[in-house]
Design a binder for this molecule. Sequence first.
Ligand code: SIN
Length: 550
Amino acid sequence: MNFPGGVFDSDIIVVGGGVAGLSVALGARGKKVTLLSKVPVTPQGAGGSSVWAQGGVAAAVGADDSPALHAEDTLAAGAGLSVPRVVRVLTEEGPERVFELIALGAEFDRADDGGLALGREAAHSKRRVLHASGDATGAEIVRSLMAAVQATPRIGVVGSVEVVDLALDGAPGAGDVRGVVGVSETGERQLYRAPAVVLATGGLGHLYAHTTNPPENTGDGLAIAARAGARLVDLEFVQFHPTALASGIDPMPLLTEALRGEGAVLVDDRGDRFMVAEHELAELAPRDIVARAIWRKKEGGQQVFLDAREAVGESFPQRFPTVFSLCQAQGLDPRRELMPVSPATHFHMGGIATDIRGRTSLGGLWACGEVASTGAHGANRLASNSLLEGLVYGARVALDIDSCGGAAELADCEDSQCAGSAATPGPTLAAEEEDAKIQELRKLMWKEAGLVRSAAGLERANKGLKRLGWWVNSASPRLRNLHTVAQLVSQAASQRLESRGGHFRSDFPFPDPAWKRRLFVALEDGVLQEAPAWPESSPALAATSGEAAR
Ligand code: SIN
């Protein structure tokens, strides 16, 4: 295969410019890094969910807190599927990563005494969530990391490159990763070669009709790793945020959980505060419970609103400036008006299976951030643990690649060897037609493989995806990747015959102890197959006993 856009060599290729990708690039001291981003790069960031993160970063830095307590809360949220060792690493290394960020210039909100202001969010037993400018935490973290990256000459940041495939030196599932195939802004194919490739491409929110994620979150890293035969895990676990602003725009503006943390309440259109009857923690019950309660109300024809008039009121612009301006843009004044809400896809707990160094089952490939599934989040992520995971596991990936010494030679990539794991046809579907197919796919996933699933619904999803599959080979990477990821999520959801965390089956509404295990899978000849655990040394579920995972 030819690469008219050029062939470029580095020590490390990082795909994705969110918190995880930037952390890898900065941490890989002494290595020539090329960081590729699908969107244009600015001092404010390089796309993805990190910049949009309103909720903060959780870390056990308070005097009454400890990594062990943070780990306990994380394990409880994970509904039995979090891997204790992975969680321990997250919570023990978290505070140090946060102090490094502060040293780098990240400005977190301070209390009156000058110490870090620590917020409490749902399912956290202590105040341990750091914020910046109230609800602009992700933007501040990315700003500080990006400033450091741009001041580091060994790191080259290239925007507007769409990575369409991994370059393998063998068959999918067997070959090592030697680089990535990209398409430049001008549509030319490029080959980026390196002995170490890191996928930090973020999540898959746009697989669903309703999402809080930025448009670039189309599951690209997951799709290309799947096609290359990487081991994947926990794909069925998608987290739906209960309170996205239902104002008819896509993506939906997020109304941070911190609002409920500050006392904002959910009411239906009769003014009934229905969460009180649903759960002892009312609005601060686990996300999946709140999201499904809202879903049921809406399915019953009611509207649901978040009421922050009393809890936040006049201080809204100061305390929640991001949410305030998002509401204003929709002609809503949350100081005086109710905010209509709907659940929306927010985070994917599943992804490319990684070990605690961020290694994947493919040689030469690491993954971190939302595209990876370290096992920290289990079946349901604890709020504000995702930025932390990006920081901690991004740093670990950098350390691991460093410890390999970069000894591997750059692959002798003959064009034919590095053609990528799948050919990528040029887009021949007209843009509007393709967009219509994408919207069809997103609606199908929302309806049949969303918050409430069943065998019949998942069967309809699979049939619909087969119909759409006809178009995929003539489509752009966006539709191709969304289609791959839709198949992965819906097939994994069909396999798990229970309800747990973010995965709810109306035909199997309770957790089943027999299913207290992680579901590892791989694509073989385009079909999702159950696969051995990765890493092999750890049992499929290292969550049943803390010791088992050590
Ligand atoms: C939020 O602010 O509600 C989202 C935080 C998170 O998802 O961790």
